[in-house]
Ligand binder design. Structure first.
Ligand code: NAD
Length: 368
């Protein structure tokens, strides 16, 4: 069997800084766990624009289509703010998602006990929280036609269209049910079937898929507005939340903040299985390029490292090694390791990005 292949696109700002720590961890798994990846690297975002005049070169896109998984850092920066819309760094990211057809966006919200005080909610509401939001990523109101701004009766009218086909709902529902089976076997589907026809179809199709192939998974339904309330009232009632692009955008940001810092949040975007059975996949931290701290060694690498843990679990079926990596992170946090974003005003001296990588690798060594 050839080694699994990874394409690293570190990107801009703190992207290369946090990715440097991921690369050390990839090397660790090669050295210590006999889990060797064929790693290649390329450019995306502003750095790709600087080199090639576009935020993602065609050759890079072609490589992304061939590898088993893409690991992305972050893109963007103030120096690119005035570029034409089509050349902005974020367009590179969107092109990857669109051309790889990454329709299922997985956003975990997991509260490490050591950081429960960081949440804006009471500690007992969030301690031990472990939920996963599965957001449909390539359809819905952000893509539906007609769209635009036009004038009617001397007044401007803005239009966007919420549109879902049965097939689009079915494939993301299957992704959520499959995932639930690897977790606590519960899916809560959120839409607004009370006021939207697309919501009625969403609920119908989810029920059909469930009855046909996933009757063993516990399924419930909730209107998305109630879902938002429940997420801040009693988030631990959920395991997997399945929802559309628009509601998922909002609910996943809401859930993210339950856990404290942006520097802790990973994500995965998955598509259909490739010939080798692995899904098309891209893994990336939720945060951006953080220009305010870029180049200073202050960035928290944990979101990017947890994204690699998701790759181990969802692309490479290495759940036990993903558990090992997550446990190492939990251990260093419990021991008090903190980058600046995880410290209160009277917190003392924070660890640098590299020092956080050092202690995580030490915890991995201790796990052997
Ligand atoms: P951001 O996520 O880059 O930063 C928001 C705040 O969180 C900043 O104060 C930053 O210092 C802090 N932060 C973020 N990640 C951190 C980490 N790992 N460790 C410590 N602190 C961290 O969002 P922004 O400031 O709105 O955007 C900055 C740039 O990033 C913009 O160009 C934006 O378009 C781009 N962006 C890219 C992505 C992506 O690549 N997926 C996502 C969001 C924003």
């Amino acid at each position: 069997m050839p080694n699994p292949s990874l394409l690293i696109l570190a990107g801009d700002g703190i992207g290369p800084e946090v990715m440097a720590e991921v690369k050390r961890i990839i090397d660790w798994f090669g050295d210590k766990r006999d889990l060797t990846f064929d790693v290649s690297e390329d450019l995306v975002g502003g750095c790709a624009y600087d080199a090639h005049g576009v935020p993602l070169a065609d050759a890079t896109m072609a490589k992304a289509q061939e590898v088993d998984a893409v690991l992305l850092g972050a893109v963007g920066g103030p120096q690119y703010d005035n570029l034409d819309f089509s050349l902005k760094p974020e367009r590179g990211l969107l092109r990857l998602r669109k051309e790889m057809d990454l329709f299922a966006n997985l956003r975990p919200a997991q509260c490490f006990d050591a950081l429960a005080d960081f949440s804006s909610l009471k500690k007992d509401v969030v301690a031990g929280l472990d939920i996963m939001i599965v957001r449909e990523l390539t359809s819905g109101v952000y893509f539906g036609e007609p769209r635009g701004i036009h004038t009617e009766d001397n007044m401007r009218v803005g239009i966007n269209t919420q549109r879902y086909t049965e097939a689009e709902i079915e494939r993301v529902a299957r992704a959520a049910f499959d995932l639930a089976r690897k977790r606590s076997n519960k899916v809560c589907s959120m839409e607004k079937a009370n006021v939207m026809e697309s919501g009625i179809l969403w609920r119908d199709v989810v029920i059909e898929v469930h009855q046909a192939d996933y009757a063993d998974v516990e399924l419930s339904h909730m209107y998305a507005d109630n879902g938002a309330m429940q997420l801040v009232r009693a988030p631990k009632q959920f395991d997997v939340i399945l929802t559309d692009n628009l509601f998922g955008d909002i609910l996943s940001d809401c859930a993210a903040m339950l856990t404290g810092s942006l520097g802790m949040l990973p994500s995965a975007s998955l598509g259909l299985p490739m010939a080798n059975g692995r899904p098309k996949a891209m893994y990336e931290p939720v945060h951006g390029s953080a220009p305010d701290i870029a180049g200073q060694g202050k960035a928290n690498p944990i979101a990017c490292i947890l994204s690699f843990a998701m790759a181990l679990r969802y692309s490479f079926d290495e759940g036990a090694e993903a558990d090992r990596l997550e446990a190492a992170i939990e251990k260093v946090l419990a021991d008090g390791a903190r980058t600046g974003d995880l410290m209160g005003p009277d917190g003392g001296t924070p660890l640098s990005t590299t020092q956080m990588g050092d202690v995580i690798i030490a915890a991995l060594n201790a796990s052997l």
